[in-house]
Design a protein around this ligand. Structure first.
Ligand code: SF4
Length: 341
């Protein structure tokens, strides 16, 4: 497998990111110090990730389901293939135990449903979600687009240049690339035909109730805005917007709903300006070596994982990131938007 290129500049600009995705922008918008710890330095809390795994396996199942529909399977046949694919990836079989393409020691994914934290996200709710999705939102109502060459439009990675040049970090001289621009990158779940229009499909999972209040969180939303901007560049005159397909998983039921989200050309222009303005701020931070703290964000989203560090005196923070604080531990898990899925 080819080595993933770094998403950072070189030399004196080694803390300046040139390939940005929605996760990077979200961290930057929340708090520049948080962005620095997570994206620049790559520290994450060493906590169980089974909750996140549920969403990843669900996406794998959905991808297989839509691919089966595009290949002409009927709904039940596509569902069987998708369930098998999803549970094999989740570690049902030692022979197939492959975690997102990275071979690892076989270990079945089996969070304990009796434990309060996993009573909504476990193996049985994962299987139920895929089966109930087919009943609630028939996949043939929003089938994947098939390109002219026969490729099914699922799991699409994108990289597009932004209208801002990267500062001279020595890369241009070394590689003869004099027009190096910042890159906006990410992954679409796929393109779907819905009604008479084409949309970027975005599957979301949540434990919250799905309703107008739930969908309002995506209007505006950094990830959805970036997808809309990228789609307007990659598929001009083709894509009408983003089709959110939401899955609410609860202990005794799973609920689904779809909602298309559209952006006007003026909104897309504003999003592009907003992104490059944030990057300009990142240049200032990288040059000065100071990443401002936004202490109004410390208690958002269930609490910032870096609060134990930020409470400490500045001179002690690096030691706490490396060695931990009490039971809190941080590990290095660099975020690289250029990594292939
Ligand atoms: S604890 Fe607050 S200041 Fe520190 S990184 Fe998190 S949000 Fe920023």
């Amino acid at each position: 497998m080819p080595e993933t290129p770094s998403n950072f500049c070189t030399g004196e600009w080694s803390e300046l990111q040139f390939a940005w995705d929605s996760t990077s922008f979200r961290e930057a918008m929340t708090c520049w110090r948080r962005y620095y710890y997570r994206i620049v330095k790559g520290y994450v809390r060493d906590t169980a990730k089974w909750d996140l795994d549920w969403g990843r396996y669900y996406h794998i199942g959905m991808d297989a389901l839509h691919t089966g529909i595009a290949k002409g399977l009927d709904r039940d046949a596509a569902l069987v293939v998708a369930l098998r694919m999803m549970m094999m990836t989740a570690g049902d079989s030692p022979a197939e135990g492959d975690r997102f393409g990275k071979r690892m020691r076989w270990k079945p994914w089996d969070p304990d449903p009796e434990w309060r934290h996993y009573n909504k996200k476990n193996r049985s709710t994962l299987i139920r979600a895929l089966i109930w999705y087919c009943e609630a939102l028939p996949p043939e109502d929003a089938p994947p687009v098939v390109f002219e060459d026969g490729t099914i439009a699922t799991e699409l990675s994108f990289r597009i240049p932004l209208a801002r040049r990267v500062p001279d970090d020595g890369y241009a001289a070394a590689h003869g690339d004099l027009s190096r621009a910042y890159v906006l990158c990410g992954h679409f779940d796929g393109l779907a035909r819905y009604g008479a229009e084409t949309f970027i499909r975005e599957s979301k999972t949540t434990k919250s109730t799905i309703g107008s209040y739930y969908f309002d969180q995506f209007k505006p939303n950094v990830q959805i805005d970036i997808y809309a901007l990228a789609a307007s560049v990659l598929y001009p005159d083709t894509v009408s917007g983003i089709l959110i397909e939401a899955c609410q998983t609860a202990v005794g039921f799973t609920r689904f709903d779809r909602e298309p989200i559209r952006h006007t050309p003026a909104r897309l222009d504003e999003i592009a300006v907003n992104l490059t303005t944030l990057i300009a701020q990142a240049e200032i931070n990288a040059k000065s070596g100071y990443w401002p703290m936004n202490t109004t964000a410390c208690d958002q989203y269930g609490g910032c994982p870096y609060r134990p560090v930020c409470r400490k005196s500045p001179s002690l923070r690096q030691k706490f990131l490396d060695d931990g604080i009490g039971k809190v531990r941080y590990i290095k898990d660099p975020w690289n938007p250029l990594e292939e899925r």
